[in-house]
Design a protein around this ligand. Structure first.
Ligand code: SF4
Length: 215
Protein backbone atom coordinates (compact mmCIF):
# COMPACT_ATOMS: atom_id res chain seq x y z
CA UNK A 1 0.00 0.00 0.00
CA UNK A 2 1.35 3.44 -0.97
CA UNK A 3 1.70 5.69 2.06
CA UNK A 4 3.55 8.68 0.64
CA UNK A 5 3.44 11.02 -2.34
CA UNK A 6 5.84 13.45 -3.96
CA UNK A 7 4.29 16.88 -3.37
CA UNK A 8 5.21 20.21 -5.00
CA UNK A 9 2.96 22.44 -2.87
CA UNK A 10 -0.13 22.59 -0.68
CA UNK A 11 -1.78 26.00 -0.61
CA UNK A 12 -5.02 27.85 0.02
CA UNK A 13 -6.50 30.10 -2.68
CA UNK A 14 -9.66 30.67 -4.71
CA UNK A 15 -10.73 28.06 -7.23
CA UNK A 16 -9.69 29.53 -10.59
CA UNK A 17 -11.86 27.40 -12.88
CA UNK A 18 -14.54 24.71 -13.08
CA UNK A 19 -18.00 24.62 -11.48
CA UNK A 20 -16.71 25.83 -8.11
CA UNK A 21 -14.85 28.84 -9.52
CA UNK A 22 -14.38 31.59 -6.95
CA UNK A 23 -14.79 29.38 -3.87
CA UNK A 24 -12.00 29.19 -1.27
CA UNK A 25 -10.18 25.93 -2.00
CA UNK A 26 -7.10 24.07 -0.81
CA UNK A 27 -4.87 22.84 -3.64
CA UNK A 28 -2.60 19.81 -3.36
CA UNK A 29 -0.14 19.89 -6.25
CA UNK A 30 1.51 16.52 -6.91
CA UNK A 31 4.90 16.42 -8.60
CA UNK A 32 5.44 14.96 -12.08
CA UNK A 33 3.71 14.79 -15.45
CA UNK A 34 4.37 12.52 -18.46
CA UNK A 35 2.92 15.09 -20.91
CA UNK A 36 4.48 18.29 -22.27
CA UNK A 37 1.64 20.55 -23.44
CA UNK A 38 3.23 23.55 -25.10
CA UNK A 39 1.18 26.01 -23.00
CA UNK A 40 1.87 24.31 -19.68
CA UNK A 41 1.76 26.78 -16.78
CA UNK A 42 2.96 24.36 -14.10
CA UNK A 43 6.25 23.11 -15.54
CA UNK A 44 7.80 23.85 -12.13
CA UNK A 45 5.89 20.78 -10.89
CA UNK A 46 7.50 18.38 -13.40
CA UNK A 47 10.39 17.64 -11.03
CA UNK A 48 11.50 18.28 -7.47
CA UNK A 49 8.94 18.38 -4.70
CA UNK A 50 9.35 16.33 -1.57
CA UNK A 51 7.93 13.08 -0.30
CA UNK A 52 5.22 13.49 2.32
CA UNK A 53 3.06 10.91 4.03
CA UNK A 54 -0.62 10.78 3.09
CA UNK A 55 -1.43 11.45 6.71
CA UNK A 56 0.64 14.64 6.71
CA UNK A 57 -1.00 15.91 3.52
CA UNK A 58 -4.50 15.28 4.86
CA UNK A 59 -3.65 17.07 8.12
CA UNK A 60 -2.29 20.09 6.21
CA UNK A 61 -5.46 20.26 4.12
CA UNK A 62 -7.72 20.02 7.17
CA UNK A 63 -5.67 22.76 8.86
CA UNK A 64 -6.95 25.33 6.36
CA UNK A 65 -10.52 24.68 7.57
CA UNK A 66 -11.87 24.95 4.02
CA UNK A 67 -14.50 22.60 2.62
CA UNK A 68 -13.19 22.34 -0.94
CA UNK A 69 -9.95 20.63 -1.93
CA UNK A 70 -8.54 20.08 -5.42
CA UNK A 71 -5.79 17.57 -6.16
CA UNK A 72 -3.81 18.75 -9.17
CA UNK A 73 -0.33 18.70 -10.73
CA UNK A 74 1.52 18.20 -12.92
CA UNK A 75 -0.56 15.13 -13.58
CA UNK A 76 -1.69 13.82 -10.20
CA UNK A 77 -2.56 10.34 -11.53
CA UNK A 78 1.07 9.89 -12.61
CA UNK A 79 1.42 8.78 -8.94
CA UNK A 80 -1.60 6.57 -9.45
CA UNK A 81 -1.90 4.42 -6.35
CA UNK A 82 -0.88 7.14 -3.89
CA UNK A 83 -3.11 9.72 -5.55
CA UNK A 84 -6.14 7.42 -5.49
CA UNK A 85 -5.49 6.67 -1.79
CA UNK A 86 -5.17 10.40 -1.01
CA UNK A 87 -8.45 11.18 -2.77
CA UNK A 88 -10.27 8.54 -0.73
CA UNK A 89 -8.77 9.80 2.54
CA UNK A 90 -9.82 13.37 1.73
CA UNK A 91 -13.37 12.17 1.00
CA UNK A 92 -13.38 10.17 4.25
CA UNK A 93 -12.44 13.39 6.05
CA UNK A 94 -15.76 14.85 4.87
CA UNK A 95 -14.28 17.26 2.33
CA UNK A 96 -15.64 18.17 -1.11
CA UNK A 97 -12.91 16.76 -3.36
CA UNK A 98 -12.04 17.28 -7.02
CA UNK A 99 -9.14 16.20 -9.21
CA UNK A 100 -7.74 17.97 -12.27
CA UNK A 101 -6.35 15.38 -14.67
CA UNK A 102 -5.01 15.51 -18.19
CA UNK A 103 -7.28 13.01 -19.90
CA UNK A 104 -4.27 10.80 -20.61
CA UNK A 105 -4.50 8.71 -17.44
CA UNK A 106 -7.01 6.00 -16.52
CA UNK A 107 -9.59 7.42 -14.07
CA UNK A 108 -11.29 4.09 -13.28
CA UNK A 109 -9.66 3.87 -9.83
CA UNK A 110 -10.74 7.34 -8.67
CA UNK A 111 -13.14 7.30 -5.71
CA UNK A 112 -16.68 7.93 -7.05
CA UNK A 113 -17.19 10.68 -4.46
CA UNK A 114 -14.56 12.76 -6.25
CA UNK A 115 -15.49 15.24 -8.96
CA UNK A 116 -13.20 14.64 -11.95
CA UNK A 117 -12.22 17.59 -14.15
CA UNK A 118 -10.95 15.88 -17.30
CA UNK A 119 -8.78 18.09 -19.52
CA UNK A 120 -9.08 16.76 -23.07
CA UNK A 121 -6.00 17.70 -25.09
CA UNK A 122 -6.60 19.56 -28.35
CA UNK A 123 -4.45 19.39 -31.51
CA UNK A 124 -2.59 22.59 -30.69
CA UNK A 125 -1.72 21.43 -27.19
CA UNK A 126 0.78 19.12 -28.89
CA UNK A 127 -0.51 16.17 -26.82
CA UNK A 128 -3.77 15.19 -28.52
CA UNK A 129 -2.54 11.66 -29.18
CA UNK A 130 -2.36 11.09 -25.41
CA UNK A 131 -6.13 11.37 -24.86
CA UNK A 132 -7.42 8.14 -23.32
CA UNK A 133 -10.87 7.97 -24.86
CA UNK A 134 -12.00 5.08 -22.63
CA UNK A 135 -12.23 7.66 -19.82
CA UNK A 136 -15.28 9.26 -21.43
CA UNK A 137 -17.56 6.32 -20.55
CA UNK A 138 -16.42 6.54 -16.93
CA UNK A 139 -17.56 10.13 -16.41
CA UNK A 140 -20.36 10.89 -13.93
CA UNK A 141 -22.86 13.77 -14.12
CA UNK A 142 -20.89 15.48 -11.31
CA UNK A 143 -17.68 15.48 -13.38
CA UNK A 144 -16.56 18.09 -15.93
CA UNK A 145 -14.75 18.01 -19.27
CA UNK A 146 -12.45 20.89 -20.08
CA UNK A 147 -10.99 21.97 -23.42
CA UNK A 148 -8.20 24.55 -23.45
CA UNK A 149 -8.61 26.15 -26.87
CA UNK A 150 -5.55 27.62 -28.61
CA UNK A 151 -6.89 28.46 -32.10
CA UNK A 152 -9.83 28.25 -34.52
CA UNK A 153 -8.61 24.78 -35.48
CA UNK A 154 -8.78 23.71 -31.83
CA UNK A 155 -12.25 25.21 -31.47
CA UNK A 156 -13.53 23.30 -34.50
CA UNK A 157 -11.98 20.07 -33.22
CA UNK A 158 -13.53 20.53 -29.77
CA UNK A 159 -16.90 21.34 -31.29
CA UNK A 160 -16.70 18.15 -33.38
CA UNK A 161 -15.83 16.02 -30.32
CA UNK A 162 -18.63 17.64 -28.33
CA UNK A 163 -21.12 16.54 -30.97
CA UNK A 164 -19.55 13.18 -31.86
CA UNK A 165 -19.34 11.94 -28.25
CA UNK A 166 -22.43 13.82 -26.98
CA UNK A 167 -20.20 15.15 -24.22
CA UNK A 168 -22.68 17.66 -22.80
CA UNK A 169 -25.13 14.80 -22.17
CA UNK A 170 -22.59 13.21 -19.86
CA UNK A 171 -21.53 16.19 -17.74
CA UNK A 172 -20.73 19.92 -17.91
CA UNK A 173 -18.31 20.91 -20.67
CA UNK A 174 -15.96 23.88 -20.26
CA UNK A 175 -14.27 25.80 -23.08
CA UNK A 176 -11.37 27.95 -21.92
CA UNK A 177 -9.05 30.13 -24.08
CA UNK A 178 -5.34 29.33 -23.87
CA UNK A 179 -3.89 32.20 -21.82
CA UNK A 180 -2.33 34.97 -23.97
CA UNK A 181 -2.76 32.77 -27.07
CA UNK A 182 -6.43 33.15 -27.95
CA UNK A 183 -8.43 36.28 -27.07
CA UNK A 184 -11.21 35.37 -24.60
CA UNK A 185 -13.68 37.54 -26.55
CA UNK A 186 -12.90 35.62 -29.75
CA UNK A 187 -13.71 32.28 -28.14
CA UNK A 188 -16.84 33.76 -26.55
CA UNK A 189 -17.99 35.04 -29.96
CA UNK A 190 -17.55 31.61 -31.57
CA UNK A 191 -19.51 29.90 -28.77
CA UNK A 192 -22.37 32.40 -29.01
CA UNK A 193 -22.47 32.24 -32.83
CA UNK A 194 -22.70 28.44 -32.74
CA UNK A 195 -24.98 28.41 -29.66
CA UNK A 196 -22.84 25.65 -28.16
CA UNK A 197 -24.08 23.92 -24.97
CA UNK A 198 -20.79 24.59 -23.14
CA UNK A 199 -19.64 26.85 -20.32
CA UNK A 200 -17.14 29.54 -21.32
CA UNK A 201 -14.57 30.30 -18.66
CA UNK A 202 -11.38 32.24 -18.13
CA UNK A 203 -8.86 31.27 -15.49
CA UNK A 204 -9.64 33.52 -12.54
CA UNK A 205 -6.29 33.02 -10.78
CA UNK A 206 -4.42 34.37 -13.83
CA UNK A 207 -6.51 37.54 -13.83
CA UNK A 208 -6.11 38.01 -10.08
CA UNK A 209 -2.49 36.97 -9.56
CA UNK A 210 -0.90 36.64 -13.00
CA UNK A 211 -0.31 32.93 -12.50
CA UNK A 212 2.15 33.12 -9.60
CA UNK A 213 2.95 29.68 -8.15
CA UNK A 214 1.07 29.00 -4.93
CA UNK A 215 -1.85 31.37 -5.77
S1 SF4 B 1 -0.94 17.75 -18.63
FE1 SF4 B 1 -1.08 19.65 -17.42
S2 SF4 B 1 0.78 19.64 -16.13
FE2 SF4 B 1 1.11 18.13 -17.78
S3 SF4 B 1 2.19 19.28 -19.40
FE3 SF4 B 1 -0.02 19.38 -19.87
S4 SF4 B 1 -0.74 21.30 -18.92
FE4 SF4 B 1 1.28 20.79 -17.99
Amino acid sequence: MVTRLRITEVFHSLQGESRTIGLPTVFVRLTGCPLRCHYCDTAYAFTGGEYQSLESVVEQVKGFKTQHVTVTGGEPLAQKAGCEALLTELCDAGLSVSIETSGAMDISGVDPRVSVVLDLKTPDSGEMERNLWSNIDLLKPTDEIKFVICSKQDYQWARFKLDELKLNQRCDVLFSPSFEQLAPSQLADWIVADNLPVRFQVQLHKILWNDEPGR
